[in-house]
Design a protein. Sequence first.
Length: 195
Amino acid sequence: MAVVKYASEEDVRALRASGLCRWFGENRVQDAQRRRSDLGETSRAGWRFIGHLQSNKAKAALELFDAVDGLDSAELAETLQRRLEGTDRVLDVLVQVKLTGRETQSGVGSEAAGALVAKVKTLPNLRAAGLMGIAPQEGDPRPAFRSLKTIFDGLFPGPATRETGPWLSMGMSGDFEAAAEEGATLVRIGSALFK
């Protein structure tokens, strides 16, 4: 996934036109609204919301994105479900698992990930499509990635496909190679693409 929050419109347009990248990620609803308008795109296909989504932004996010990577509470899941009720749309969500002790990082603890995935599976307009995590900024990220892979394997046994998942999203520009080696199926690359 190309994380485009700091990229120019020209660079995003060129990358989309190349066909080399399937997913594009944005972490702010307002920025996505502006960017999508500037790009002249009307389709949601290929856009993922990454990070913490505030409940009051859920309606706007659903108009812009076809996946939410960073579901971090049952309350947000219920808000998304209420917004989608009465439609035939099923939204892919990745449950964010907190891999650090940082207070500012979103996500559920590893022990709560299973309960949130189970909750999502009870909501007809949401699909638990995998897990997402951000490794600690300091030190070797591999232990955190291995831990998340173990949780993922327990919650999402069986085969995965490139198009429908389930996905294990971990790794960013500075640690994506380690993440891929530890089992990531969806990495988030920003600064390494857009310098």
